[in-house]
Design a protein around this ligand. Structure first.
Ligand code: AP5
Length: 212
């Protein structure tokens, strides 16, 4: 399965990607995680991305297109993959089409903006492995500690309400046009994000049934 996950920041793409990739034994390629790793390791790319990410803006297309081109050539992508966070602009989608990879479907998770702002303020991520939690909806077994690696759970800098609003504005102007782009290719599947993760997962798996 070669799948793109689309949706506003905080719509639940990362959460659903984790479930779909475990079920199908394919990797998730999260451009946000790749950029955050680069930032943590202090690479040139990470430093370039820092200001864009922390202000809620998109990192320039050429950086992201280069990352994805290299990543999709790795062996673990041969039997499929989930793209979480790419493409985010029409030029990125056109570049992906130009790589000659046939995407099976684009799953759009729809969540209203008001709900997103509330959700993001409760998200906590593991400082060490990047796993994602929520103070209400996805609590760790031990308060403030990651279930998988015991790393400290912290709030992402770009999850502060003002930055979330900026990320939403960027999403509506630059990423949302991708819905029409992929709808014209007959690949768009739409799921409405629910209040509980499990309820959204049920709808997601139903939408993907014909692809698995
Ligand atoms: P990225 O990390 O990709 O951020 P995002 O798309 O803004 O997505 P998030 O990770 O914030 O949200 P999500 O949809 O995965 O939600 P999650 O499952 O965590 O990108 C960060 C930055 O990197 C961008 O702003 C940009 O600067 C740069 N970047 C990345 N890719 C780029 C690209 N291609 N081009 C240019 N720049 C790029 O869920 C959110 C929270 O809600 C969690 O706490 C979760 O537990 C909870 N939750 C999930 N589902 C539910 C539910 N159903 N009910 C209740 N709570 C739920």
């Amino acid at each position: 399965m070669k799948l793109i996950l689309l949706g506003a920041p905080g719509a639940g793409k990362g959460t659903q990607a984790e479930i779909i990739c475990q079920k199908n034994h394919i990797p998730t390629i999260s451009t946000g995680n790749i950029l955050r790793e680069a930032l943590k390791s202090g690479t040139e790319m990470g430093l370039k991305a820092k200001t864009f990410m922390e202000s809620g803006q998109l990192v320039p297309d050429e950086i992201l297109i280069g990352i994805i081109k290299d990543r999709l050539q790795e062996d673990d992508c041969k039997n499929g993959f989930i793209l979480d966070g790419f493409p985010r602009t029409i030029p990125q989608a056109e570049a992906l089409d130009g790589m000659g990879i046939k995407i099976d479907a684009v799953l759009d998770i729809e969540v209203p903006d008001e709900e997103i702002v509330a959700r993001m303020s409760g998200r906590r991520v593991c400082e060490s492995c990047g796993a994602s939690y929520h103070v209400l909806y996805k609590q760790p077994k031990e308060d403030g500690k990651c279930d998988s690696c015991a790393g400290a759970l912290v709030q992402r800098k770009d999850d502060h309400p003002d930055t979330v609003k900026e990320r939403l504005a960027v999403y509506h102007t630059q990423t949302e046009p991708l819905k029409e782009y992929y709808s014209k290719q007959g690949k768009l599947l739409v799921v409405h994000g629910q209040d509980a993760v499990e309820a959204t997962t049920k709808l997601v798996l139903e939408a993907l049934e014909d692809l698995t």
